[in-house]
Design a protein around this ligand. Structure first.
Ligand SMILES: [Zn+2]
Length: 382
């Protein structure tokens, strides 16, 4: 706690008044980067993986080191995801750092460390043992998005965009009552325009590297960005999948470049929304992943296990969570905390909008500690 915060807290307590709570956010965007490890988010590029074994030749290694290398974890992560880290320093915070002397680890609570169980846990706020794999079955559980869409003033102002044709099942598009874009089909819901039409044509005319159902992130993002501008949703999901796909291929350089591009897309969406009166100064972003991957510094994991994630991969349960913007307490990299779970994100999202999700869904994890609300919080020293 800094001196000014101490003073405010002291004056507040002398007057018998708690520090004023900031107003809830008007809009929240949850962005998920599929299978992006906390190791890269907090530590940047891992030089040990820049090898031909992981599709990085000598020339590419030199290029990647020039772009993403650095003497410290802080320098490397700022090179890999510069916009995320400048936002965290300015008005945000991040869980999941296991590198420092006082870690603040984050994890999945489900037992499977694969995508559908991870997304469902994040969206619903609890793990469900019936959801074990990525099979296309309609989610029996209600997500925080569906819950919010069932209540004014959020009804009709919820939308999901994700680069995977399983998202309509995870959100249960048959029941949920809001549009769920899978990044592959044309966007035909809500107000659309020529730009969205162009993205629709690009979706139809671009080949799939990873099979139908898993498009490149640009094809998801640019439709989402334009649709948000035209339709003004207040609760948004954006799912970017390339990080996971390049990692499964074992292409470490492409995995890093995908993370770097995602960072730029997220910053672009932030800027686009800040340019709109309705969103300016009233919007919060939450960023996370659906599962970790093996390797890195996880006990018992071999470095090559960075490619994999399942219930037999040591470390794949380890994740990260970041938040910034309206209603988020600025606290930088969190440290010295008990492990938090991705089952706490749904209630955090609702709390940023001033809503108590746990009252409606007692199975959901509580909001992440110290993210939402006023009161003293450590200011970053930047
Ligand atoms: Zn995944």
């Amino acid at each position: 706690m800094g001196i000014p915060c101490l003073l405010v807290a002291l004056i507040g307590s002398l007057l018998g008044q708690p520090a004023p709570e900031p107003p809830p956010a008007h809009a929240v965007v949850l962005v998920m980067l599929d299978g992006l490890r906390w190791q890269e988010v907090f530590g940047g590029a891992d030089e040990r993986l820049l090898t031909p074994r992981f599709a990085v030749d000598q020339n590419d290694r030199a290029r990647l080191l020039e772009r993403f290398g650095g003497p410290t974890a802080e320098a490397r992560r700022a090179a890999l995801m510069p916009r995320l880290w400048s936002r965290i320093a300015r008005d945000g915070q991040a869980f999941g750092d296991r590198l420092g002397p006082e870690p603040a680890p984050a994890r999945v609570r489900n037992a499977f460390n694969v995508s559908y169980p991870g997304y469902s846990e994040v969206f619903c706020g609890f793990a469900d043992d019936r959801i074990k794999d990525n099979r296309k079955v309609m989610n029996p559980n209600v997500t925080v998005f569906e819950w919010l869409n069932g209540h004014r003033p959020f009804a009709g102002r919820v939308a999901a965009f994700g680069g995977w044709d399983v998202f309509p099942f995870i959100f249960n598009a048959e029941r949920c009552g809001f549009p769920v874009d899978d990044g592959c089909s044309p966007v035909t819901f809500g107000v659309v325009n020529d730009r969205i039409d162009t993205v629709n044509r690009l979706r139809a005319d671009t080949p799939y590297r990873w099979g139908p159902g898993a498009p490149f992130d640009a094809l998801v993002y640019h439709a989402a960005r334009e649709w948000i501008r035209l339709n003004r949703p207040r609760v948004v999901f954006l799912g970017l999948g390339e990080t996971d796909e390049w990692a499964h291929e074992g292409r470490y350089g492409d995995y890093l470049r995908a993370a770097h591009r995602a960072d730029a897309l997220i910053a672009d969406l932030w800027d686009a929304m800040q340019a709109i009166d309705e969103y300016r100064g009233r919007t919060a972003f939450i960023l996370t992943c659906d599962h970790g991957r093996g390797g890195g510094d996880a006990a018992g994991a071999a470095p090559e296990q960075w490619r994999d994630h399942n219930n037999k991969t040591p470390g794949a349960e380890q994740t990260w969570i970041a938040a910034f913007g309206s209603g988020v307490r600025p606290a930088g990299v969190r440290s010295g905390l008990a492990e938090v779970g991705q089952d706490q994100i749904a209630a955090t999202l609702a709390a940023l909008l001033g809503r108590d999700y746990n009252a409606a869904q007692p199975k959901a994890g509580p909001p992440l500690p110290g993210v939402v609300g006023g009161g003293p919080a450590r200011r970053p020293e930047d």
